[in-house]
Ligand binder design. Structure first.
Ligand code: BGP
Length: 474
């Protein structure tokens, strides 16, 4: 009993939130680069405002991130010191194909990740790589409209074939799209979508989603052809919906909200569009641009495992009266009166992790991988830069406890657990540095000031012990 002997403990990051070096070694501009900090962030992320270049009025945190591009060796050494078995990171598409539609890749970009993967292996760390984590070259958006255009599948195919071939033997675990369901809530960030005035957004979103789902299946096919040892996963911003009350109206609302979320994974894992989605889209006059061979591609190349992020479960109400809303990971929902919340209003629900794991495992019966979980908080370093982050330790310990229960008491097959933002990085939601998740403090403020020095926090030693004891000593 207990977690697998080869349980993959580690941490997770995303290229655009930590690398910096946005214009170095031939890298092109991406959607995530041009999402500024401040009040314009929301409308731009949502695709409601066209903003495809830098301007002097804004600060763009992704430009420099935490300078991981130049300091990755130091960072990976610290991960190694904690005993990480895996490190989840993402590729910046525009480092490999600066515009996205070139035939030949940029060697300097390929080399950067090759060196980084080798560095991981030097420390006994297995890379877990997200191919696109909210990342689309700007040129593809300007020229083709991002994922709304079916041609983007060809460019992604070229990207993935290049990656699988080049990194054969170096990377075993791949994820095709980070939080694929985020396309519903932040379509510019999720899929490079910018809306024209008056167009049917839902039509554009589901058309783009169809293209992403095909691209994901195609990548899975190519990965297995290039190297049968590769395992490919999908990635969901998870969080089960509780009905607000036992009123059947609320129960139905929760079921519908769950389905809207699971739709993507239903396709990626079961290989076909679920009946409930086809009915809803038909009712609303949304057309999915199926072409010959699409159904077979989806059916034949389903994912090997299901990965997901978990920050909190959600609440649905069938009552049309508006309710108190809680903030959350991209998605807001009705406030749960039984839960406390983080400084950013995200509700904290460790038991919900067990509930979500059971729900996903019941639904798909494939191995699960928790690839994001953590507490965004303001840290207060002492004069030596040391942070006593007991609040973070408490959060993580209670979630790991619930995760172990799902494995040991409920029988869920779990491959691993990577905490979000294992080193402080830029927040995807707010663009801030002060919202920190890391075991390692980075001296950097919201507007790019600070030495960028790295200092392990109290949680660093705690997590090291957790890994050493395979989750026994919390
Ligand atoms: C997920 C993203 C991450 C990450 C995390 C925390 O949605 O996959 O990129 O940022 O949430 O969110 P935030 O940075 O808004 O606190």
């Amino acid at each position: 009993m207990g977690l697998r002997k080869d349980f993959l403990w580690g941490g997770a990051t995303a290229a655009n939130q930590l690398e910096g070096g946005y214009a170095e070694d031939g890298r092109g501009l991406a959607n995530v680069d041009v999402i500024p900090i401040g009040e314009d962030r929301g409308p731009i992320r949502n695709g409601d405002r066209k903003h495809l270049d830098f301007d002097d009025e804004h600060f763009y945190p992704a430009k420099e991130g935490i300078d991981h591009y130049h300091r990755y060796k130091e960072d990976i050494a610290l991960f190694g010191e904690m005993g990480f078995k895996t490190y989840r990171l993402s590729i910046a598409w525009s480092r490999i194909f600066p515009k996205g539609d070139e035939e030949e890749p940029n060697e300097a970009g390929l080399k950067f990740y090759e060196d980084l993967f080798q560095e991981c292996h030097k420390h006994g760390i297995e890379p877990l790589v997200t191919i696109t984590h909210f990342d689309c070259p700007i040129h593809l958006i300007k020229e083709y409209g991002g994922w709304r255009n079916r041609k983007t599948i060809d460019f992604y195919e070229n990207l993935t074939r290049t990656l699988f071939t080049r990194y054969k033997g170096l990377v075993k675990y791949w994820l095709t799209f980070n939080e694929i369901n985020v396309i519903l809530h932040a379509p510019f960030m999720g899929a490079g979508l910018v809306f024209e005035e008056g167009e049917n957004k839902k039509q554009v979103i589901y058309q783009a989603a169809h293209h992403e789902l095909l691209a994901s299946a195609l990548a899975t096919k190519i990965a297995h052809e290039v190297d049968p040892d590769i395992q490919v996963g999908c990635m969901l911003a998870a969080g089960k919906y509780y009905p607000e009350t036992p009123n059947p109206r609320d129960v139905l609302a929760a079921q519908q909200a769950d389905r809207r979320n699971y739709f993507f994974i239903d396709v990626q894992s079961r290989g076909e569009y679920p009946a409930y989605a086809l009915k809803e889209l038909e009712r609303e006059g949304i057309e999915i641009p199926f072409e010959e061979g699409d159904k077979e591609l989806l059916k034949e190349h389903t994912v090997d495992f299901i990965s997901f992020s978990y920050y909190s479960n959600r609440v649905a109400s069938g009552d049309p009266e508006s309710k108190d809303q809680a903030e959350g990971n991209v998605i807001r929902s009705v406030k749960n009166p039984y839960l406390k919340a983080s400084e950013w209003g995200w509700q904290i629900d460790p038991l919900g992790l067990r509930i979500t794991m059971n729900d996903i495992y019941d639904r798909y019966q494939k191995p699960l991988f928790i690839v994001e979980n953590g507490l965004g908080a303001v840290d207060h370093p002492d004069e030596n830069g040391y942070v006593e982050d007991d609040y973070r330790i408490d959060y993580l310990a209670s979630h790991i406890e619930a995760m172990k229960d799902a494995v040991e008491l409920d029988g869920v097959d779990l491959m691993g657990y990577t905490t979000w933002g294992c080193i402080d990085l830029v927040s995807a939601g707010t663009g801030e540095m002060k919202k920190r998740y890391g075991f390692i403090y980075v001296d950097r403020d919201n507007y790019g000031n600070g030495t960028l020095d790295r200092t392990p926090k109290k949680s660093f030693d705690w997590y090291k012990k957790v890994i050493e004891t395979n989750g026994k000593d919390l």
